[in-house]
Design a protein around this ligand. Sequence first.
Ligand code: FAD
Length: 456
Amino acid sequence: MAEHNFDLVVLGGGSGGYAAALRASELGMTVGLIEKGKLGGTCLHVGCIPTKALLHSAEVADVTRESAKYGVTATLEGIDIAGVTKYRQDIVDSKYKGLQGLIKMRGITVIEGEGKLVAPNTVQVGDETVVGKNIVLATGSYSRSLPGLDIGGRVITSEQALELDFVPKKVAVLGGGVIGVEFSSIWKSWGTDVTIIEGLPHLVPAEDESVSKQFERAFRRRGIKFHTGVRFKSVEQNDDGVVVTLENGETVEAELLLVAVGRGPSTAGLGFEEVGVEMDRGFVLTNDRLATNVEGVYAVGDIVPGLQLAHRGFQHGIFVAEELAGLKPIVIDDLHIPKVTYSNPEVASVGLTEAKAIELHGADKVKAYDYNLSGNGKSSIIGTAGSIKVVRVVDGPVIGVHMIGARVGEQIGEAQLIVNWEAHPEDITPLLHAHPTQNEALGEAFLALAGKPLHA
Ligand code: FAD
């Protein structure tokens, strides 16, 4: 029985946990980081990074298919899934190695094993007792299913989808949110017949409705089929595949069913409730400074209700470390966190949708401008359609930006600064966007919103 004592103990080494550990050690705290799997967690090993590698492979396939349009003669002969897997895993491995090096360099003690909170300041890991002046809970999330829908066999989650060693011929995808459309996009580019089932009225339902509708048109043009506004009823598995029945009686037959209906908090059986931490349906409740109701216990990342994104986890981790160091960091507002849906096309947004802005401020106080990428030179060159919508308060700041088109995620950083800093379009228009870039389209949207459109 060994006892370890630290200034900070972090339970879970994913985006939120390792960010807390890195920042805390930088600020002079001794840190014990407990991880039962691999440092880097979901994002590095089975989330953000490997899926984006697959998407890049998918993009290469699309570009090859369309190469004649650019005057290049090339033929897509097929997808070598072993090659794709190697490319993906090499990237993950190199990032993992880098992270391990960083953790070591910062002098963080990694304790391998499954931890359980046994007292407000103590985590038990097997025989080892790990005591901290403060504790950060960062145990992340898992792929959720629906009642009566068991994962197994031909019914898979994103984790198994990543591990497939073949390109499926026909897939049904339950859920038209970020993860569902990401895999749909990848598979379609690789030649799979894809059908999405989404219970809400639109695909990417959390986005501005004009973006969701454009997204649906783009997916339809790509030949991706979808049923929206209809709920899943049941699934039957047989030797050849699955038959998914919808509540309206329609059926979808496929080789596999990917369940992408959201992620639940990984908190069951970890002692949080027993120690008195207030929870809600498995999520850990915190105040806006990420402190739980138990003194000295904080929570970060996907287990905290709200957006489940890696960069939110990073920011949570940094926030808690700085809070403990007495630096009084600025409260993180989910509304100001940029969101990107990675697919072909890409969707990126920050702030309020037009509908939400009208609901909050009234229709006469809100002005929106939707700039079509057909007016943007670089978009025509790279062959993408889409738009950039900016939403402002009349005579006031920009409160929302919503983009769709190839690689628009690369532009959301600028939009995030503008929304966070409550800039007015009139403040932004004197600032230049290089020509010809896709980013110019954002500048054009602000010009139009400030009442002086150029190419609009
Ligand atoms: P996690 O990353 O899940 O880390 C939790 C860690 O805690 C894990 O390593 C786990 O092993 C460990 N752990 C759990 N319980 C214990 C215990 N009892 N003892 C010890 N260790 C424990 N987000 C983006 O921002 N961009 C993207 O492009 C993106 N793509 C995604 C694609 C997919 C397919 C998925 C599934 C997710 C994606 N996400 C993306 C979401 C992102 O991965 C998560 O928001 C992020 O990983 C959350 O970080 P976290 O630290 O809260 O949890």
